[in-house]
Write a protein that binds this ligand. Structure first.
Ligand code: SAH
Length: 220
């Protein structure tokens, strides 16, 4: 496929899978119209990169469905100056979308190989200056870089990891899939300016497991 074929498929993805389904934030739509998702999937899956589904990225992990990326990003209501933490770098695709929207994204991945290949793609797109990457257990957040205006968890958790709430700024928002291993609901946690937390539950979804000290135990 030629680069222009991928461009056409990507514009179709934005119209049909995102805008038509209710994603309204123009900045999110523009970011997803720009980021070449096909570069974040294994080469044998490139032709499927703009379809409405998650795809395998190896190590039992997946790149999230475009609609989930769009709606979770929209829920964060980002401003350019926001400091953002992502837990679960995976392919780096969601990281790239965030880096189109804010000046600084911090992202944590527990599988080094995935983090390394995400870094190569982010580098090739000129985004790595805006992205801080770390290999480790993101359920403990990234204390040295906290607090964050927005935290996005892209793996399914049994509950909200308490360190993530602790690292959320007043006025900040945490978006995370919470529930059973096979099925979760997106939860949106907001901390208001007086420090009070509120929770809203959104659509059901199916993410790979968040494995770590404040997530699912390893190897179960
Ligand atoms: N945002 C990614 C989604 C990848 S799937 C993308 O756009 O491709 C979720 C990722 O979370 C997997 O790569 C998995 O290894 C990672 N993960 C699971 N538990 C984690 C943890 N405790 N800390 C950091 N990453 C974790």
């Amino acid at each position: 496929m030629k680069p222009s074929d991928f461009d056409a498929l990507r514009q179709g993805m934005v119209r049909r899978q995102l805008a038509k389904r209710g994603v309204q934030d123009e900045r999110v739509l523009a970011a997803m119209a720009k980021v070449p998702r096909h570069l974040f999937v294994p080469s044998q899956s490139r032709s499927e990169a703009y379809e409405d589904c998650p795809l395998s990225i190896g190590h039992g992990q997946t790149i999230s469905q475009p609609y989930m990326v769009a709606s979770m990003t929209e829920a964060l209501a980002l401003n350019r100056k926001d400091r953002v933490l992502e837990v679960g770098t995976g392919s780096g695709y969601q990281t790239a979308v965030l880096a189109e929207l804010v000046d600084k994204v911090y992202t944590v991945e527990r599988i080094k190989t995935l983090s390394d290949s995400a870094r190569v793609v982010l580098d090739s797109l000129g985004l790595s200056e805006r992205v801080g990457m770390r290999v480790g257990d993101g359920t403990s957040g990234w204390a040295d870089m906290a607090p964050f205006d927005a935290i996005l968890v892209t793996a399914g958790a049994p509950g909200v990891p308490s360190p993530l709430l602790a690292q959320l700024s007043p006025g900040g928002c945490l978006v995370i899939p919470v529930g059973a291993k096979q099925m979760q609901r997106i939860e949106i946690h907001r901390r208001d300016l007086s420090g009070e937390l509120t929770k809203e539950s959104s659509t059901s979804c199916r993410f790979v497991n968040l494995v770590g000290r404040h997530g699912w135990p390893k190897g179960e």
